[in-house]
Ligand binder design. Structure first.
Ligand SMILES: [Zn+2]
Length: 107
């Protein structure tokens, strides 16, 4: 995956298009990422009584649903723009580079 946890990305599709935020979580198996504040869904939580455990409080829970990696683009810290990513080998290490400025986007 070209996107990693902690990256700043720009959402390019859906209701949150244009939003820039940090990647909180990866779902590599489904090629999805969870982006802070993007694709927020509401879940109605019923009060639950589970044997012995503390009951979960009822109410509406907001959570970020994963979005497909093709709907986000990495923001290059040097270009300050959403850019396409290429790969470059630095010794044995595969580094991500910005296709616009050619600089590494990994610190
Ligand atoms: Zn760049």
């Amino acid at each position: 995956m070209k996107i990693r946890k902690g990256d700043t990305v720009e959402v390019i599709a859906g209701n949150d298009a244009g939003r820039r935020a940090e990647v909180l979580r990866l779902v590599p198996g489904r090629r999805r990422v969870v982006v802070e504040g993007a694709n927020v869904r509401k879940k109605h939580q019923k009060q639950q009584q589970t044997g012995g455990q503390r009951p979960l409080s009822a109410g509406i829970i907001e959570f970020e649903a994963p979005i497909h990696v093709s709907n986000v683009m990495l923001v290059c810290p040097k270009c300050d723009a959403s850019v396409r990513i290429g790969w470059r080998w630095a010794g044995d290490e595969k580094r991500r580079v910005c296709k616009k400025c050619g600089e590494s986007v990994d610190s």
